[in-house]
Design a protein around this ligand. Structure first.
Ligand code: GLU
Length: 298
């Protein structure tokens, strides 16, 4: 694992304090080697710069988050020999903060209520195809400018065209990919507050990174495209923009990234099999990856 260099002008955005990174797993399944790699990148980068490394549990989705997975994450961090600074941060304890930001966006006229079901959206797209963004077909805007009935469940969507039009050109410094242009419009009107759960990942993660003084967002390349959305939110909510390092991903024999849904070996299974977590961490750092696993920058 090669840690990227940071130029003097990219070390501390906005003149913030020490380099601060975070590992932000969602407790909806056991962690696998890909998570261990992400945690190591964020941890080692912070430590290499004498900085802080935070652990944030992204448990905003109560229906999918489970206490046993939180316990597993804490045990895995310990097993890997990764110490984090300060107390563990739980997104579920920050809902008021997310709601307050949503109200600010509402006052700016940048969000709207949407009552569409998946079925409504699919039917609209069948009738009139829409363009595809990084997350699939973009929302066709059925509820934009429409008054929704009070008794219907609704989510809040960002009026992306309006939010993006209020800013000039957007971009970010990526320690792996270099200077990037951000084009949030390609996502269309994303959901910021869900019908079935509070704040979406985009809103919660963006607010938390700012609130916790994260200077360098270190995460996998699978989240690369979302950075454009996070940057437009930073602009609209007057938050400092961190530097990003989107690191390579660990892939299995078929070249697919390791994933809970693909049944990739869980760290807890290695732990119960008596493997030494610190030794595994060293193997991941060295790049001498276990059989069948490779690093992919695609
Ligand atoms: N919670 C996200 C995940 O488990 C990571 C979010 C981030 O690093 O921005 O994939």
């Amino acid at each position: 694992m090669a840690l990227p260099e940071i130029a003097a002008d990219m070390s501390q955005p906005g003149g913030q304090g020490a380099v601060t990174t975070r590992f932000a797993p969602s407790p909806n399944g056991p962690l696998h080697l890909g998570h261990a790699y992400a945690a190591l990148c964020a941890h080692d980068f912070a430590r290499a710069h004498g900085g802080r490394f935070l652990l944030r549990i992204e448990d905003i989705d109560a229906a999918r988050s489970r206490a046993e997975f939180v316990d597993g994450i804490l045990a895995d961090m310990d097993w890997l020999g990764l110490r984090y600074d300060g107390a563990v941060i739980y997104q579920s304890s920050r809902v008021d903060r997310y709601r307050h930001a949503l109200e600010r966006l509402c006052n700016l006229g940048l969000i709207y209520k949407c009552v569409c079901t998946r079925g409504d959206i699919a039917a609209a797209i069948r009738a009139r195809p829409v363009r595809h963004g990084p997350d699939g077909p973009v929302y066709p805007g059925l509820c934009k400018g429409r008054k929704v009935a009070q008794d219907q469940p609704y989510c809040w969507r960002l009026d992306m065209a309006k939010a993006a039009a209020m800013t000039g050109e957007l971009g970010w410094n990526d320690l792996s990919a270099g200077a990037q242009n951000a084009d949030p419009a390609q996502f269309g009107d994303i959901v910021l507050w869900r019908k079935d759960a509070p704040a979406s990942y985009h809103l919660a993660a963006t607010l938390d990174d700012a609130a916790d003084g994260v200077t360098h967002v270190v995460r996998g390349k699978d989240l690369f495209a979302y950075t454009a959305v996070h940057i437009v939110l930073q602009k609209r909510l007057n938050l400092l923009q961190p530097v990003y390092w989107h690191h390579d991903l660990l892939c299995d024999e078929s070249g697919e990234k390791l994933a809970k849904s693909r049944g990739s070996a869980a760290l807890c299974a290695l732990r119960s099999a008596g493997r030494d977590g610190r030794e595994i961490a060293q193997i991941l750092r060295s790049g001498q990856l276990p059989l069948g696993i490779s690093l992919s920058g695609d």
